[in-house]
Design a protein around this ligand. Structure first.
Ligand SMILES: [Zn+2]
Ligand SMILES: [Zn+2]
Length: 413
């Protein structure tokens, strides 16, 4: 197999792997082959690395890595952002050295505005994200942080215990980050590419970081590819091509163009790096746009996945308007906001165990939480009906206010 084919296969397989890894756990793929492949591969990687560690060092390597990461992981974590910025800087340097001089056809607007802005934006976004990193929740800001979001009592509970490390209450939508060693308000995720937490405060700059990288890398790919195409066209003018096996001759000429000189080599490498990285950044950005559409953060997406599992297991109950036909899913859409999950001392209870009992009979069960005063009043005033949640779409996510409002809220526009 030629090296070009190997490279194409590598890009395709890497993209498929990344897609499964990033999207496979989404609620929409629950129970599908995508979800099963992701679960199986994650379990395989964890189990095989643990068993290899047990065989080689009786678990000492794993323990050492865990302890070292705990001690200096945050400082080692800076290697990834520094490495990524160094790679991008090298690519930009190669671009201006070997590709840009051949872009003679571009106008002044592109030359003096588009190219400088596209080049500078990822650096600016990185600096802005780093300097607006969310502060850890402390005694001084806990009151402000608690006021920022309401508790939905579905994935964030008013009566949840304090953070075991910070010994402070957990505001809605916050999470403790073990890498940053603190609770973060409006927590989205801990970003390894920037070695910091992304929260309510710096999400807009993180989003700018994603978009600016997509723009830079896509522009780089298109510019490099068009320069290589220009060189190919020049060569084609000089080379007669027969009707038969045309694509093979094209590939031969393309290879000749790519390997002709050091500049061509650099332009080819740059094209492939930009293609691969732009695919990765486009996937990351698409995931975030999708989460904004759903009205969830990255952290919450996992929590909603658990809720969806509980719905399919039949362990979720709630209160809804008695006038609604809860068997009609389209009618019952977003109709339940007071949610209770039935649990026993051993954890979740299976569907069959439920079906044997009346849902109002709580003798052998407890719920995952107590109803609040306001909820009791709402149930009484509106005479709400206690029902089993049949479909995930019946549950109302109070943080989802429609795509454009979610976008405005996340980007703080
Ligand atoms: Zn904490
Ligand atoms: Zn963090």
């Amino acid at each position: 197999m030629s090296s070009l084919k190997v490279l194409i296969w590598a890009v395709v397989l890497f993209s498929i792997f990344l897609f499964i890894f990033l999207f496979g756990s989404l609620p929409q793929f629950q129970g599908t082959i995508l979800h099963k492949v992701r679960q199986a591969s994650v379990n395989f990687v964890i189990k095989s690395s643990q068993s290899a560690d047990r065989r080689i060092s009786k678990g000492k390597i794993g323990k050492f890595v865990h302890q070292s990461w705990h001690r200096c992981g945050h400082y080692l974590g800076w290697l990834i952002p520094v490495g990524y910025l160094a790679l991008i800087s090298c690519c930009i340097q190669l671009f201006f050295q070997d590709v840009y001089p051949e872009m003679i056809h571009i106008g002044n607007f592109q030359r003096y505005l588009v190219v400088p802005v596209i080049t500078a934006l990822p650096y600016l976004a990185t600096v802005l994200t780093i300097f607006t990193s969310p502060p850890s929740i402390s005694h001084s800001n806990i009151t402000t942080e608690t006021k920022k979001f309401r508790y939905d009592n579905i994935i964030f509970f008013e009566d949840s215990p304090h953070c075991r490390t910070c010994h402070l209450p957990k505001p809605a939508r916050s999470k403790h980050c073990s890498s940053c060693q603190g609770c973060v308000g409006g927590f989205d995720h801990h970003c390894v590419f920037l070695n910091m937490c992304i929260g309510h405060q710096n999400y807009r700059y993180f989003f700018l970081f994603l978009v600016s990288n997509v723009t830079l890398l896509s522009y780089g790919f298109l510019a490099c590819a068009s320069v290589l195409r220009g060189r190919l066209l020049v060569l084609l003018d000089k080379t007669p091509i027969s009707d038969k096996s045309t694509w093979k001759q094209y590939l031969k000429l393309l290879r000749a163009v790519c390997l002709r000189s050091k500049e061509s080599n650099n332009a080819t490498v740059l094209t492939l790096i930009c293609l691969l990285l732009s695919l990765v950044t486009i996937i990351f950005t698409s995931v975030h746009v999708y989460y904004i559409y759903l009205g969830v953060t990255t952290n919450e997406a996992d929590k909603w996945e658990d809720i969806q599992c509980a719905v399919s297991e039949g362990t979720i109950y709630g209160y809804m308007d008695p006038g609604l036909d809860f068997n009609d899913i389209t009618n019952a859409h977003n109709s339940v906001s007071i949610i209770l999950q039935r649990v026993n001392s051993e954890g979740r209870v299976s569907e069959t165990e439920y079906e044997r009992r009346d849902p109002h009979d709580t003798r052998d069960f407890t719920y995952n939480r107590e109803l609040t005063q306001e909820e009791r009043k709402e149930i009484q005033d509106k005479n709400l009906r206690f029902v089993k949640i049949l479909d995930y779409s019946m549950i109302n996510n109070i943080y989802d206010n429609g795509f454009f409002n979610n976008l405005k809220e996340r980007l703080r526009l």
